[in-house]
Write a protein that binds this ligand. Structure first.
Ligand SMILES: [Zn+2]
Length: 354
């Protein structure tokens, strides 16, 4: 007997639900509804992960024409899915999961934008803040993984720094984070990665907590671990305040609102690595991360003067032959030393060191 399922069918073009009878015919999902029938190859159907309280929604890939099925009877839905060929039930990729968790979020964003929080300039940052508040942290992690893949190919190579040096630095940073956040429940999650790079002596953080340190930064600091720790503490500040995510939400918001209407999120996600490459954090975000750096350094008994030391070394590097050769195309927008520090920032750390 060929099992069937009753579900609501959305064609992906209109917001109208149609009652449909669903069955599997020769590697395809057959969806019969009043006035028509549609076939979608099983490989193009993304089933939701089975969780007790998650809504039962299956999405059809854009290449199959988009659309979705919504189940209201979870028991028969689950039974139907269990009866599918194993390959067709394969756990969906994380992109889909992000898209789904973002769906509600982005709808909220679209609404916020639609009701018009006022002018573009102050409306969008406000809306971005609201969106971020309801975006689960898992979305940051997934976006961070995507960003790392994009960044790795273009800017990073395997580290050539001796493992002992990397371990020493990682341990020192772990101690600093522990000192600043004695309560493990409030301690921000991060993952330190070391890479040779073409972005010079640098470090950057990705949504979700991955912090990348370049070999060139370790060369520049010549064993001054305290200087590297100051830079890493700044990056952890970006992670904790979700600055990368906020920036992405902010720049994607207008486009995302349109995408929600069209039911297509892949275009938003596809732009993530490029956006992180081109964009720089706002001045306010940098100030916030600098303040975090000062706080963490102090908690670990280190002087904020290490940051002044870094800026001086970075300036010397920029004027060296290697620094001169370093083209603007090799800059990563979100990275620490891609933008020379201004006098105000240097003065901030100098004052904090007093
Ligand atoms: Zn920064």
């Amino acid at each position: 007997m060929n099992p069937t399922l009753e579900a609501n069918y959305f064609d992906g073009r209109t917001a109208r639900a149609q009652r449909a009878r669903v069955s599997v015919v020769g590697g395809e999902l057959r969806i019969e509804f009043t006035g028509g029938e549609r076939r979608v190859p099983l490989v193009d159907v993304q089933w939701p992960e089975r969780q007790r309280h998650s809504p039962r929604i299956a999405h059809f890939a854009a290449r199959a024409g988009g659309g979705s099925l919504h189940g209201d009877d979870t028991l028969s839905w689950d039974a139907f899915v269990r009866g599918l060929p194993a390959a067709a039930r394969a756990r969906e990729g994380w992109v889909v999961r992000v898209q789904q968790s973002w769906r509600g979020t982005l709808v909220a964003a679209a609404l916020l934008v639609a009701v018009g929080v006022g002018g573009y300039l102050w409306g969008v940052p406000l809306a971005a803040r609201g969106v971020l508040a309801v975006t689960p942290l898992e979305a940051d992690a997934a976006v961070g993984r995507l960003a790392l893949e994009g960044v790795e190919g273009r800017w990073l190579q395997p580290s050539k720094v001796a493992p002992a040096d990397r371990e020493r630095l990682a341990a020192a940073f772990a101690r600093l984070v522990e000192a600043a956040f004695p309560d493990p429940r409030t301690r921000p999650a991060y993952a330190l990665r070391f890479h040779a790079s073409r972005i010079g002596p640098n470090a950057f953080a990705l949504p979700g907590g991955t912090i990348v340190v370049t070999d060139e930064l370790l060369q520049l600091t010549e064993g001054r671990d305290d200087v590297v720790l100051g830079v890493l503490a700044h990056e952890l500040g970006h992670v904790r305040a979700r600055h990368g995510m906020r920036m992405l939400v902010q720049v994607s918001l207008i486009g995302a609102a349109t995408s929600v209407a069209l039911g297509d999120f892949s275009s938003v996600l596809a732009g993530v690595p490029a956006l992180l490459g081109q964009m720089a954090y706002s001045r306010d975000a940098e100030r916030e991360a600098d303040a975090e750096s000062v706080r963490l350094l102090r908690a670990a008994g280190l002087s904020p003067a290490v940051m002044v030391e870094f800026f001086e070394r970075a300036r010397a590097w920029r004027q060296s032959p290697a620094g001169r050769k370093h083209g603007a195309d090799a800059d990563l927008g979100i990275a620490f030393s891609s933008h020379p520090a201004d006098a105000e920032r240097i003065a901030y750390f100098r004052d904090a060191a007093r």
